[in-house]
Design a protein around this ligand. Structure first.
Ligand code: MN
Length: 183
């Protein structure tokens, strides 16, 4: 989708910086850092799993995980998205959270209570859906979990449009942006 596609919920200006500067920089740094190392021709998810918690490869982990998280995040949104899902995901949310509204409450809370920078997620884990949050670049991929949905709660994701009101950004994301077909 275009830079304007998610307006008024996420402005073109935010996407210009978030996709065009922040995400681009993670991709470029990751590519530069793996050059000439054992990771050079490895799959991103393998690099993330192998460098997680390895103090000698913190920069590779941070940049590769952030490159992965952002690519995934862009797919989690679409113009005129949000609202209630249908089909299998709707059934799973109901069986694992009780109601769709209960899932929304948990997901919103995971995003709102993440202290500092990070991500809120819906993941598939041990045969059920679960909400979690991660700090900075950390990602469910590093922990062997299957991500289904994420929202970026780093300030760069919402500050130009919402300033300090992260909860308002989360409400707009849930109501108007989630791409349930992708989830
Ligand atoms: Mn971001």
């Amino acid at each position: 989708y275009s830079e304007e596609a998610l307006e008024p919920h996420i402005s073109a200006k935010t996407l210009q910086f978030h996709y065009g500067k922040h995400h681009k920089s993670y991709v470029e740094k990751a590519n530069n850092l793996i050059k000439g190392t054992e990771f050079e021709n490895q799959d991103m998810e393998d690099i993330i799993r192998k460098t997680h918690g390895d103090s000698g490869n913190t920069a590779i982990f941070n940049n590769t995980a952030q490159a992965w998280n952002h690519s995934f995040y862009w797919h989690c949104m679409k113009p005129n998205g949000g609202g209630k899902p249908a089909g299998e995901i709707a059934k799973r949310l109901k069986s694992d959270f009780g109601t769709f509204e209960k899932f929304v409450e948990e997901f919103r809370s995971a995003g709102a209570t993440q202290f500092g920078s990070g991500w809120a997620w819906l993941v598939y884990m041990d045969g059920r859906l679960k909400v979690m949050n991660t700090l900075n670049a950390d990602t469910p991929i590093a922990h062997g979990l299957k991500p289904l949905l994420t929202v970026d709660v780093w300030e760069h994701a919402y500050y130009l449009d919402y300033q300090n009101k992260r909860a308002d950004f989360l409400d707009a994301f849930i109501k108007n942006l989630i791409n349930w077909d992708f989830v």
